[in-house]
Each structure stands twice: as structure tokens, then as C-alpha cells.
Design a protein around this ligand. Structure first.
Ligand code: NI
Ligand code: MN
Length: 230
């Protein structure tokens, strides 16, 4: 089995294995770094880390077009069902959910989780990280989070890849992300949630150098639209 991970910009990723597609946090419309259109994306499954608009993104429209199953934490998954998403699987921290071709285990993340509508904010439970077993690989999407010591427990999942935010301001920045790399012990690190907007601009090559000098992990900085094959 082989896994293709394509970065869609910001915190959005497309995973493909055996002609099966998974979207993570598909914020495409309004994403200044996106190089694709939401209506061109394939999805059998959509998995969300939390409810912020820069993560839920085009979920409702993509699910309506593709019939994709949407997996999210309980309040967010339930709310999306109320918004008309046909197939939702509301889950929660510590739980593992099977989907077409793989599974996802929800981990904690330190952040907030609300969706902004024209009528104000909808509170949508707690944010999460995701341990995704798919395409023969175990990939941890930290979601939006600060550094936390329980990443040592997540390392015990046996990670092949860790996708970590490095943008600072709303999440951990590069210095804390380096400490996360040390705890997670994933051979491959993919940075995310940076350079989309001015407050989260970062020098990804400096982060790569810092990680590769002081750990045995390799950093793969993906440009939006770029894929890596694992
Ligand atoms: Ni967020
Ligand atoms: Mn975010």
C-alpha cells in the first residue's frame, strides 16, 4: 500500500490510497494559498479537527456533491448533520472510527472550536487531533494546538508522519513545534498552518534546518498543490 499526501494550503490535506480519498480540514474557498477548486476535489471521507471556519471550510458543499462521510467531534458532527450533511459520524477523544480504507483516532488538542455564522458564533464542542491509519501509514494531524506533554502518549501510536502547525499566533510556533517533533518521534514531519495570512508567516526552511539538526526526523515542506508519496 502506498499513501499520497497532497497539501491543499493552510491546514487542508488530501490523502489518496487505492483510489480512495480522504480530505482533512478542507478549507479551499477563501483560502488565499489554495491552488485547487473545492468542486474538483474527490472525497470518500472528510475528517475535521475542529469547527473553525478555516478548517470546516467547504465541507458541507463537498459532502453534498460527493456523498462523503464526515467524521468530527460530537457537537461539530451533530451540527453538520443539522446543516444537511447526509452521512456524519460524531465521535470523541480517545475513540477510533473506521472509514472506507482506514481509521481515525481522536486525540486532545489545546485550542477552541466554534463556527462563525452570519448570526454569530456556534459553539461546537472541543477541538481534536487525528491519528489517521490509512494507506499503510499512521499519520498524526495535530490540528490547531499548542504544545502539550501528552504528545508523548500520541508517540506511542507509532507514527510514520506528523503534520504540525508552525504558524504561531493561533497555534504553536516553530520553537514549540520542534519540541513536539522531539516528543512525537515521527520519521517524517509535514508543516502546516503557516504563511496563509500575515500573522502566521514563518520561515519553513529555518524550521526544517532546526529540526533536522537536532532530531532524526525529516521535514517535508509542501507547497500548496504539492504531493509527497510515502
Ligand atoms: Ni482553529
Ligand atoms: Mn486554524
Amino acid at each position: 500500500m502506498a499513501l499520497t499526501i497532497t497539501y491543499l494550503g493552510h491546514a487542508a490535506f488530501h490523502l489518496e490510497a487505492d483510489n480512495t480519498s480522504v480530505l482533512i480540514d478542507p478549507f479551499i474557498t477563501g483560502n488565499p494559498s489554495a491552488t485547487v477548486k473545492a468542486h474538483d476535489l474527490a472525497a470518500d471521507t472528510i475528517i475535521l479537527t475542529h469547527a473553525h471556519n478555516d478548517h470546516v471550510g467547504d465541507t458541507i458543499a463537498i459532502a453534498a456533491r460527493t456523498g462523503a462521510t464526515v467524521i468530527a467531534t460530537f457537537e461539530l458532527g451533530t451540527w453538520l448533520g443539522q446543516q444537511g450533511v447526509q452521512n456524519t459520524v460524531p465521535a470523541n477523544h480517545g475513540g477510533t472510527v473506521q472509514f472506507n480504507g482506514g481509521s481515525v483516532k481522536f486525540t486532545p488538542a489545546w485550542h477552541t472550536s466554534s463556527f462563525e455564522t452570519d448570526d454569530g458564533f456556534v459553539a461546537a464542542g472541543l477541538p481534536a487531533g487525528l491519528v489517521v491509519r490509512f494507506g499503510g501509514r499512521t499519520t498524526y494531524f495535530a490540528g490547531d494546538t499548542c504544545l502539550f506533554l501528552d504528545m508523548q502518549l500520541i508517540a506511542d501510536e507509532g507514527l510514520d508522519v506528523a503534520v504540525l502547525p508552525i504558524g504561531d499566533h493561533f497555534t504553536m510556533g516553530p520553537k514549540d513545534a520542534l519540541r513536539a517533533v522531539e516528543m512525537l518521534r515521527a520519521p517524517t514531519i509535514i508543516p502546516s498552518h503557516y504563511n496563509t495570512f500575515p500573522p502566521i508567516e514563518q520561515d519553513v526552511q529555518q524550521f526544517r534546518g532546526d529540526v533536522e539538526r537536532s532530531t532524526s526526523s525529516t521535514v517535508i515542506p509542501l507547497a500548496p498543490g504539492e504531493s509527497t508519496y510515502l
